[in-house]
Ligand binder design. Structure first.
Ligand code: DGI
Ligand code: FE
Ligand code: FE
Ligand code: FE
Length: 187
């Protein structure tokens, strides 16, 4: 499917504000992809589709998680986490995406995980620092954009975990494993 048609279809499934976020993620992801030598078209497609399930019906998402072999543990965590793996399902079944790296970038864009691909890191980071995002610390992350994908990803996931912990929200194990992975890598 042509990226502009894909954008049109995604636009119909979300409020205007979310669509503006998707465009922001696309711009940031493409720029990171160029800088880090990742195929630009993969970053564009993953960015366009990353939040495709953000407004899907919660009970339908629960059913998809239960019946499509996804981690049942997801159901014990905040439903905000569900749109990422379910989004990968929608990308595959409704948009015909068969590139496993693109699907993983969508699947892990909310939590991260250990051993992420460059594309997965790019989508996670772009989601967090695209120009419409506002949170304390976002400028520091933006300033680190050209200092390496790994330090950037580590800083991004650490910031997310610290934010959740400051609000006493349980952190999904994949996020903790993601941070541990970088800490071990540094030794
Ligand atoms: O979909 P977006 O708003 O663009 O961003 P996102 O997919 O990165 O995150 C969606 C929400 O999920 C965000 O409000 C924070 C929340 N979240 C991310 N990781 C965890 C989490 N919530 C809990 N409880 N635990 C997590 O590990
Ligand atoms: Fe999301
Ligand atoms: Fe995110
Ligand atoms: Fe997003």
């Amino acid at each position: 499917m042509d990226p502009s048609l894909m954008l049109q279809k995604v636009k119909d499934r979300m409020p205007e504000k979310r669509y503006i976020h998707v465009l922001g993620v696309m711009g940031t992801a493409v720029s990171l992809a160029r800088h880090y030598g990742v195929p630009e078209h993969k970053a564009r497609i993953a960015a366009i589709l990353h939040d495709v399930a953000k407004y899907a019906d919660r009970e339908w998402m629960r059913q998809i998680i239960e019946t499509k072999g996804m981690d049942p543990q997801l159901l014990d965590y905040h439903h905000e986490l569900w749109h990422a793996p379910v989004g990968a399902y929608v990308a595959s079944y409704e948009f015909g995406i068969d590139d496993e790296d693109v699907l993983n970038a969508i699947r892990y864009h909310t939590t991260g995980r250990a051993d992420m691909s460059a594309l997965e890191k790019i989508i996670y980071i772009a989601d967090m620092i695209e120009p419409n995002r506002k949170f304390p610390g976002v400028e520091e992350l933006r300033a680190q954009q050209t200092q390496g994908l790994d330090p950037l990803m580590e800083a991004a996931v650490r910031q997310s975990i610290e934010f959740l912990e400051s609000k006493n929200q349980p952190v999904y194990p994949d996020s903790l494993k993601c941070l541990e992975h970088f800490e071990q890598q540094r030794g």
